[in-house]
Write a protein that binds this ligand. Sequence first.
Ligand code: 2BA
Length: 106
Amino acid sequence: MKLIIAVVQDEDAETAVQALTEHGHRVTRLATTGGFLRRGNTTLLTGVENDKVEEVMTVLRTTCRRRSVFTTLVTETPTMLPSSVVEVEVGGATVFVLEMADLIQI
Ligand code: 2BA
């Protein structure tokens, strides 16, 4: 079995959760924050059999899209250079697929 951890954008989370549950997958949705942009994103946890990993990946590929966002980089060095606005391309989804020893429900 595998544990799939997917970091997705908040804008795509509802559609992704809906599609995953429609395909019969169980999902846990966590409110998380990206370390670089320091803005909210969503982390989805899904435990699946090995042969279902590709199905989950297909759902994520079709529901999560890449977007450009602008962010301000604050300079904290002694050079005192002004803060600059940079364009960053975020997700689709960042997906971790982990080997899962057991799934125990009590
Ligand atoms: P954030 O850390 O807020 O990163 C948002 C986007 O900023 C990233 O999109 C990437 O395009 C850019 N970025 C991140 N670190 C950067 C850096 N040091 N220099 C330049 N640009 C940088 P994604 O790669 O699609 O990542 C989206 C979110 O997925 C991340 O939000 C983070 O929450 C998570 N993530 C991505 N890679 C990860 C990893 N290796 N481990 C844990 N979480 C990860």
